[in-house]
Write a protein that binds this ligand. Structure first.
Ligand SMILES: [Zn+2]
Length: 374
C-alpha cells in the first residue's frame, strides 16, 4: 500500500520548476555557467544556435543522491552550410567500448568547413555504468539495482529513479529536437561475442537505406523491444537503428573500421559530407534475417562451442558440447533449423537457461533437415 500511495503522489507531482518541464522543441542551448576540464556545461542543446565548427560540451544529466550530476560528453560538428542532422550515440550500455571509439574516429574525420549539415556525437550516455564497465546503470534508490537504460527510453524527467530521469533528460534536451536521423551503437553483452551486426527496422525505407550502407556481416530485421533508444527515436519521427560492433569491453579495431566506413557512407548519403560512397553491405554480402532463436543451456557445465561467428549452420548440426567438472558429457546442442551464427557465448561456463548460441535466419526459407533438438 505504501508503494501505491507513493506512486499516486509521484504522478501528482509537477515537474521541478528549475527544469521547467520537458521542452517540446528547440529552446536554445542552455549554458549552466559551469566549466569542467575546459568544457562548458549545458543543460539543453539546440544546434541551430551554434556557430559553424566543432563544439565540445558536458551535458548536465541526472542528479545523484549527493546533489551532484552525472555529466555526458557531447560533441557537435556543425557545417558551414545547412543540411541534415545526424546523431551518433554510444555508451547507452556501460560495457560496450567499440562504439565510443567509432564515434571518436568519425568525429575526428569531419571538417565543418566542408560540411552541409550537422553531426552530433553523444559518447557516454550511461556514465555510472561506464565507470563500472557494466551493462546496466547501478541505481541507488533502495539499495543497488542494476537497471538497463535501453528499456526505458524515451524516459521520464519526473520519474522516481535516476536512469529513467536521465533517459528523459538525454532524450528531451539533447536528442529529440536536434536530430533528423539517429544511430545508437552497441556491442553484444558481457559473456557473449557477436558478428558485425545491425538491429534495424528494414520495413522503414529510410532506416533500410542507412543500414545497407555498412560493409558488415548481418542485419536482423526486427522491431525488438519497446524502450530501446532507437525505437523511441522512431516513435518521435526520427529514423534510427542499432549497430552492434562485436564483443564488449574491448576496442575491436578491425570491426570498428567497418562501422566508421558505413557511418561515413551514411553522412555522404545525406549529403552532409562529399565524396564517393565506400564499401557497403552489397560488397560484404550482408546476410539479412528476420528470425532469431537462442540455443539455451539445459544443464550447468563447461561449454565447448563447435561453431564460429557468422558460420552457416544446417538444421540438426551440433553446435556445442557441455561437460561437467569430470569431463563427462552432460549435454549436446544442435541447431533446430538452418541459419547463421549471430552471437555466441564467450564465458566457458553456462548454467541452465543461459543462451549459448544465437542464430539468425530468414523465416521464408524452409526449416530443413531433422528439426529434433536432442
Ligand atoms: Zn548494448
Amino acid at each position: 500500500m505504501l508503494s501505491r500511495a507513493w506512486e499516486w503522489a509521484r504522478r501528482r507531482r509537477k515537474p521541478p520548476h528549475h527544469l521547467g518541464g520537458a521542452p517540446s522543441g528547440n529552446t536554445g542551448t542552455v549554458f549552466t555557467g559551469d566549466v569542467i576540464d575546459g568544457k562548458r556545461v549545458i543543460s539543453a542543446l539546440d544546434v541551430s544556435d551554434l556557430a559553424p565548427g566543432k563544439h565540445s560540451f558536458y551535458f548536465q544529466g541526472v542528479q545523484m543522491p549527493t546533489g551532484q550530476h552525472w555529466y555526458v560528453s557531447v560533441m557537435v560538428a556543425k557545417g558551414a552550410a545547412p543540411g541534415k542532422r545526424v546523431g551518433l550515440i554510444s555508451g547507452v550500455h556501460g560495457d560496450e567500448m567499440s562504439p565510443v571509439h567509432t564515434l571518436q574516429t568519425v568525429m575526428s574525420q569531419l571538417d565543418p568547413g566542408q560540411m552541409s549539415g550537422t553531426v552530433i556525437a553523444v559518447f557516454d550516455v550511461s556514465r555510472p555504468a561506464i565507470e563500472a564497465m557494466e551493462r546496466r546503470w547501478p541505481n541507488s534508490g533502495r539499495g543497488i539495482d542494476l537497471i538497463d537504460i535501453n528499456r526505458l527510453f524515451p524516459g521520464d524527467e519526473d520519474a522516481p529513479d535516476a536512469p529513467t530521469r536521465h533517459a528523459g533528460l538525454v532524450f528531451n534536451r539533447l536528442l529529440r529536437a536536434n536530430l533528423d536521423y539517429g544511430i545508437d551503437f552497441h556491442t553484444s553483452a558481457t559473456g557473449m561475442d557477436m558478428t558485425a551486426f545491425h538491429l534495424a527496422r528494414m520495413d522503414l525505407p529510410e532506416v533500410k537505406a542507412m543500414a545497407e550502407l555498412y560493409p558488415i556481416e548481418q542485419i536482423f530485421d526486427n522491431a525488438a523491444e519497446p524502450g530501446l533508444l532507437a525505437n523511441a527515436l522512431i516513435a518521435a519521427g526520427i529514423p534510427a537503428f542499432t549497430p552492434e560492433i562485436g564483443r564488449p569491453r574491448i576496442f575491436d579495431l578491425d570491426m570498428i573500421a567497418l562501422f566508421v566506413e558505413g557511418t561515413m557512407n551514411v553522412l555522404k548519403h545525406h549529403r552532409i559530407i562529399a565524396g564517393p560512397i565506400g564499401r557497403t553491405g552489397e560488397d560484404s554480402k550482408v546476410f539479412v534475417a528476420d528470425g532469431m532463436l537462442a540455443i539455451i543451456a539445459s544443464h550447468g557445465g563447461f561449454v565447448e562451442l563447435l561453431v564460429k561467428l557468422n558460420d552457416a549452420v544446417e538444421a540438426g548440426q551440433k553446435v556445442a558440447i557441455q561437460r561437467n567438472t569430470f569431463g563427462e558429457v552432460v549435454a549436446e546442442y544442435r541447431a533446430p533449423r538452418g541459419g547463421r551464427v549471430g552471437a555466441r557465448r564467450t564465458d566457458a561456463t553456462a548454467e541452465p537457461g543461459i543462451p549459448i548460441v544465437f542464430m539468425i535466419f530468414d523465416s521464408a526459407e524452409p526449416v530443413g533437415g531433422d528439426t529434433i533438438i536432442e
